[in-house]
Ligand binder design. Sequence first.
Ligand code: FAD
Ligand code: DLZ
Ligand code: SF4
Length: 524
Amino acid sequence: MTQKTLRLILGDQLNQKISSLSDCDKDNDIILMCEVWDETQYVRHHKKKIAFLFSAMRHFAKDLKDQGYQVDYIKLSDDTKSFKGEVEKAIKRHDITDVILTEPSEYRVLDDIKTWANELDINVDIRPNDLFIATHDEFAQWAKDRKQLRMEYFYREMRKKTGLLIDDDGNPEGGEWNYDSENRQTAKKFIKERNDLANQPESKTDKDFEINNKNNALVQDVLKLVEDKFDDHFGDLHPFYFAVTRDQALEVLDNFIANRLPHFGDYQDTMIEGEPWMYHSHLSFYINCGMLTPLEVCETVENAYYDGRRNIPINAAEGFIRQIIGWREYIRGMYWLKMPEYKYENHLNAKRPLPDFFWTGDTDMNCLKQSITETKQNAYAHHIQRLMVLGNFCLLMGAHPDEVNEWYLIVYADAYEWVELPNVTGMVLYADGGVVASKPYAAGSNYINKMSNYCDNCKYSPSVKTGEKACPFNYLYWNFLIENKDVFEGNPRMNMIYSSLDKMDDEKVSAIKNDSEQFLKTIS
Ligand code: FAD
Ligand code: DLZ
Ligand code: SF4
């Protein structure tokens, strides 16, 4: 009997160059892809996220079939419960002797797969996940014996490894590793200069996909499935404008480089009402499901930078590449280094439930209202909305990490635990005790007022510190520092702020505590 191998491709492994397909025998091997309830229900994902992933999976399977591969694609039905169940059925259906797959991106799934060899009595070959740049070993080696695991130093290693923006003498392009000091223009500057900018933030290509998708029977089938089966999940399904094929994702990349990358560095932290996409790349959906690899995205950006005609400044090119080979790889490295304990971290012992308005956007705090409404519409919010508006609020109000992690995992179409968890538990909530962030990203209204125009349309005033008109971020900020004084007082990066707190008169401190208590009651 010929040996038949099953090649399992998971929903975030949609790349033909992936390790599990490297030696695939078109005549003999079966590629299995499956839509399963477990994956749609371990958290109740945003409708757009399910629609995107199923559409992308079905297109990927179709491409493979068109190239002569034998693909067994299992659509969601009452019988498709789990990966393991579908693999078991496929083994019987095709008389399989071996299962090959690329290591899943999430601990939860790997943990389960490790039981299959025994439980299904089959050889299971789990290959390294080559959709990432750093291997687990490389990250572990880098982390070993270091007191602090700071992204910046890991990023430099990744620059050297990939050669991205490294000149012929082995030095960083332009002499600096990091050009962040040239980034981060304020909202006021954006509004003032907007009319003179070569490109406006809105992304035309993304809009074109809405029309493509309306004429695409495969996408329409998926949208109907999501309407039928996931109608009670969070988020707006329509309009559905995501790219669903690799070619379309490459168009998004080209469009980003031509129209948004030149301003990426300048406005990457700016938040403007009615402009959810700004000059960001909107590529995380496509990179995280494997359609585009992180390296090819960075190489395309690097080539565009070296092509002088594209007018891409170094702060934009370096800043963008740092997000991917720096932050993205570092976050993934931390996840695998720290799991499974990382999931249960709660260093600040935060206990409060997430307010209901996180699901509706129904709040008078305009920055939260805008960020949540856009999240509901697009299954997307850009980094600063996630970090300094939504995340900052969760940190200051003392929301329980489980609730916050679940929310972020549900609402964003690019969310998988490997990337969501360290960003939330580590970067936003300081729940890991400072492994990812050396100090909490806590801020009052000053930051939001400087970087956005949200405060212009808010019931609250950013300049008022306590009382009815006061922006809740202002008293919650000090209340957070008071409540967590024991934890942070010894942190040298917090010395200045705690000496201001020490100088504060008792009346002010008690107004802060009172206002916070009253406010937290209204949202619980
Ligand atoms: P751009 O601003 O164009 O950045 C380019 C790319 O850099 C992104 O596509 C992404 O691949 C990478 N990147 C940038 N920052 C990070 C980071 N901190 N971690 C990992 N990758 C990064 N990103 C996700 O992909 N999935 C998530 O579930 C996710 N959850 C987050 C939760 C919180 C609380 C925070 C603060 C950040 C989170 N991020 C997450 C990181 C970042 O916000 C998104 O990657 C980014 O907003 C995606 O939009 P973009 O593609 O337009 O990004
Ligand atoms: C997120 C997701 C969803 C909603 N559904 C599926 C699915 O039905 N089939 C599938 O292969 N993948 C799905 N995914 C992505 C997986 O959750 C992701 O591949 C694993 O979490 C990787 O560890
Ligand atoms: Fe947000 Fe406060 Fe500004 Fe209102 S005043 S938008 S709540 S930062």
